[in-house]
Design a protein around this ligand. Structure first.
Ligand code: HEC
Length: 131
């Protein structure tokens, strides 16, 4: 083994460990979400959410790099009533709470689907202490 090989390996290993140790923390806007047993309506909503909303709002509405978590005190019913979901999907949302930019309107999502999505988000919110 060439002289200096082991120290070199040690340095590379330490550098790799440091990279893992100091890697940026996951975005603070992605939250831990517990998914409860869902009602039939909320199960339909979960499917619609996965199809139309999760790309930005994340799996289980936990947030992603592209949009905020909806399982968050900001979106509790007293601050964002069910109607806010219908308006958001119909008309889009101008960025005001976060730094993700505007939410585009989602005209391909029906009112019935939004109602199911609201049922889903509310059931998951309640299971996570947001009411
Ligand atoms: C292209 C990304 C994107 C998609 C797709 C998307 N959203 Fe959003 N949404 C956002 C962003 C970003 C915000 C936060 C805007 C802010 O307040 O800064 C937001 C905010 C919201 C809000 C809060 C509205 C308010 O009044 O503050 C609701 C409710 C919402 N989204 C629901 C949904 C639902 C339901 C779907 C699926 C049908 C969906 N979004 C799809 C990006 C998206």
């Amino acid at each position: 083994m060439p002289k200096g090989f082991l120290p070199a390996v040690a340095i590379v290993a330490l550098a790799a460990a440091a990279l893992v140790w100091f890697r940026p923390a996951p975005s603070a806007t992605v939250v831990d979400v517990t998914v409860p047993a869902l009602s039939a309506e909320a199960r339909r909503g979960a499917a619609a959410f996965a199809a139309h909303c999760a790309a930005c709002h994340g799996a289980n509405a936990a947030g992603s790099e592209s949009g905020p978590p909806l399982i968050h005190p900001i979106y509790e019913p007293s601050h964002h009533a069910d109607g806010a979901f219908h308006v958001a999907v119909r008309s889009g949302v101008r960025a005001h709470h976060w730094g993700f930019g505007n939410m585009p309107a989602q005209p391909h999502v029906s009112d019935a689907e939004v109602a199911d999505i609201v049922a889903y988000v509310r059931e998951v919110q309640r299971a996570n202490g947001i009411r």
